[in-house]
Structures are given as structure tokens and as C-alpha cells.
Ligand binder design. Structure first.
Ligand SMILES: Cc1cc2nc3c(=O)[nH]c(=O)nc-3n(C[C@H](O)[C@H](O)[C@H](O)COP(=O)(O)O)c2cc1C
Length: 213
């Protein structure tokens, strides 16, 4: 490891231009996600860092997986009682970052956060593997626990409780929708002269500006 001298050269030749960028940043994100998914060296192209903040200004960030993208915005699933859930309840906004190193691209998104309608959370929960569904019952995300064995016992407890039946979604677990009002697309370029396009929502339109690298 050499923190001071390791330097990646972003010289793929790819550019980001006002003339070719899509008018709708949600579609632009979809296009970049599709390339990230099609790039074999990228694992979990839908992994994103989500930052939230509470009313005293404390900020926290963590990775989650993007599970939905439509004209309303970005969807991820989690425990509503978690630290992020509590922060969102206090301050319903989030900032998101994707980074795909092999294609030298970063996307930043900011917006208002709301809980996804219950029927959509139910529908997604029903698609999860059974073990994942059971762990949503067994784990109170973010609460301290005396040891791993307590979690293992709780998993056994819930697998017995729901034996032979479908596992229902716990009400404490579900989706969040981030309704974006700002995007930034960053394409790494040679000599740190990167391309950055910012999209700011103005009513139903998006205003695009090039930012200095
Ligand atoms: C690649 C990756 C993907 C993750 N995806 C999720 C996710 O979709 N939902 C989730 O609740 N936690 C996910 N986690 C765990 C979170 O990073 C975090 O530990 C957890 O949500 C608790 O965060 P909090 O205490 O800030 O609420 C993921 C972690 C990694 C490394």
C-alpha cells in the first residue's frame, strides 16, 4: 500500500458531452448502469453509498443495493428502525454515490426520501430468498447483540415459526424511494481533466451544467 503515490490514470478515451448526454438523468443513470452490468470486472454494479443526516448535523454513510429505478427515482430496501431509517425519519433526504472503477465513472444523486408504498415492499420482499426473509425477522438492524449465537438462535426460532408457510414482510422492513433533484455524472479523463455534468431539477425539466473537474 502506498497512499501518497498510487495514481490511476483515467485514460479510457470515454467522454461525457452535453451533446450526447440524455436529457433525462434517470435514463442517463440507467444507461451507465447497463454498461456497468455488462462490464465483467464490475461486481454488484447496483451497489451505492447512501449518506443520511440527522437534525443535529451528524452524517452517516453506508453501501446499499439499488433495487429499483423508474421515473420516480431510486429504490433500496432496509430496516426502517436502522440508523439510516431513524436519520431519514428526522431528515428525509439522502445523497447517493455510485463508483465503477473499471469504467472510470461516478454518479452522484441527491433527493427527498420517502417510504415505498407497502404493496411494493411486499412484492419485493416476496421475491427474496427465504433465508434473507427470515433474517429480516431475526435481526434488529443496528442494535447491539450479546453474540453471534443469539442471532443464530433467532434465525432458528423464526424458521420454526414460519415453517410450512410463506414468510410475511415485517412491518419494520421495507423500501425507500429517493426522488432526485440533483444528479452529477463524472467521467474520469486524462490528467484529471474529468467531465462533470450536473442536472438540477426545475419543475418537470432538468437544467444541465458542465462543472469544472
Ligand atoms: C455491497 C453492500 C450492499 C449492501 N446492501 C444493503 C442493502 O441493500 N440494505 C441494507 O439494509 N443494508 C445493506 N448493506 C449493509 C449496509 O451497508 C449497513 O451495514 C446496514 O444497512 C446498516 O446501516 P445503518 O446502521 O447505517 O442503518 C450492504 C452492504 C454492502 C457492503
Amino acid at each position: 500500500m502506498n497512499l501518497e503515490s498510487s495514481r490511476a490514470a483515467y485514460a479510457s478515451g470515454a467522454e461525457l458531452n452535453e451533446s450526447t448526454a440524455l436529457h433525462n438523468p434517470i435514463e442517463q443513470l440507467r444507461e451507465w448502469l447497463e454498461l456497468a452490468y455488462a462490464t465483467p470486472s464490475i461486481q454488484e454494479a447496483n451497489a451505492m453509498c447512501v449518506a443520511t443526516a440527522q437534525s443535529d448535523g451528524t452524517v452517516s454513510a453506508r453501501m446499499v443495493l439499488l433495487r429499483g429505478l423508474d421515473e420516480r427515482g431510486l429504490v433500496f430496501f432496509t430496516s426502517y428502525g436502522s440508523r439510516k431509517g431513524r436519520q431519514i425519519a428526522e431528515n428525509p433526504r439522502a445523497a447517493v454515490t455510485f463508483y465503477w472503477p473499471p469504467i472510470h465513472r461516478q454518479v452522484r444523486v441527491e433527493g427527498a426520501v420517502s417510504q415505498l408504498p407497502e404493496d411494493e415492499s411486499d412484492a419485493y420482499f416476496a421475491t427474496r430468498p427465504r433465508g434473507h426473509q427470515l433474517s429480516a425477522w431475526a435481526s434488529e438492524q443496528g442494535e447491539p447483540v450479546e453474540g453471534r449465537e443469539v442471532l443464530d438462535e433467532r434465525l432458528v426460532h423464526f424458521s420454526e415459526r414460519f415453517d410450512g408457510e410463506e414468510v410475511p414482510r415485517p412491518h419494520s422492513w421495507g423500501g425507500y424511494l429517493i426522488a432526485p433533484d440533483r444528479f452529477e455524472f463524472w467521467q474520469g479523463r486524462e490528467n484529471r481533466m474529468h467531465d462533470r455534468l450536473e442536472y438540477i431539477r426545475e419543475g418537470r425539466e432538468w437544467k444541465v451544467a458542465r462543472l469544472q473537474p
